[in-house]
Design a protein around this ligand. Sequence first.
Ligand code: ASP
Length: 324
Amino acid sequence: MSKVVIITTGGTIAMSEDLKTKTIKPIDQDTLVQMMPYLEEYGPVEMDHFINIPSPHMTPEIMYQLTLHTNQYLSKEDISGVVITHGTDTLEETAYFLDLLITSEKPVVVTGAMRSSNELGADGPLNLINSVRVAKAPSSRGKGVLVVFNDEIHAARYVTKTHTSNIATFQSPSTGPIGTVTKKEIRFSHAPLIRDTYESVPPSAKIGLIKAAVGMDDLLINTYIDNNYQGIVIEALGQGNLPPKMVKGIKRAIDKQIPIVLVSRSFNGFVDDVYDYEGGGKQLKQLGVIFSNGLNGQKARIKLMVTYHLFKEKSEDLQKYFDR
Ligand code: ASP
């Protein structure tokens, strides 16, 4: 019978609370091993401790190693799916990174917890059981990397952490969850139309991220340029506009062949080149700024890391990848 592999990477799901100081600290991942008898009720499961870090310690290099590691399991015939446990702070970035690089049809589910193992109402055990069930379900195949949390199934591309402490933190603002986990069933209501995947190349480009705000100038853009960053993502205002004082830095970056990707700091909707004034979308597009397709800033940064080599080595126009 085919198996699900749980790859653990740390996060709150593998932490516990010091009841005196009310602080939360990493522990060894035995808490997760204690879940094995409950998980095995759903069929064969194997657990593999890949790393034990809080997710703010995650890096693109570790994400890449995790991708290779996950692919090794997915290529085995007796493995039907993979669950990855992860801290919630950067979970959406790792999930999207995997989504862009894994081509297997087998389910890959990322999960974690908002409450550590010994806290009242700890959500890790149920999230883990639900994730194993989703990873085993044939209906989960071919939908890209999934994030399972709080009885909901989200597509990696759309999901984001929306609350600092609530267990319903993971939401997909523009699309909603693509499925629900009930006591008996795994039910999908829709699926992402596109599977956008790329060749696995180690992500070596340094990509900066800037959030635009009223009256801002180009200091941060220039700082990234002067510190040899190879790309910059800007969370622009509304439909894709910037304060006029940022434009000079944008021109400088583009002249130096540093791609600038524009997303919106609004968490719903798309950026478009509709406004025609200094700093407006029309001017930015004409300057060569790449407009993204509804990704948030942190995910556009991941996508630019993953696609950068296509621009650098093959002189490809990255706009077509950000249209997908
Ligand atoms: N700070 C923790 C982490 O991301 C939070 C969590 O796991 O939920 O590792």
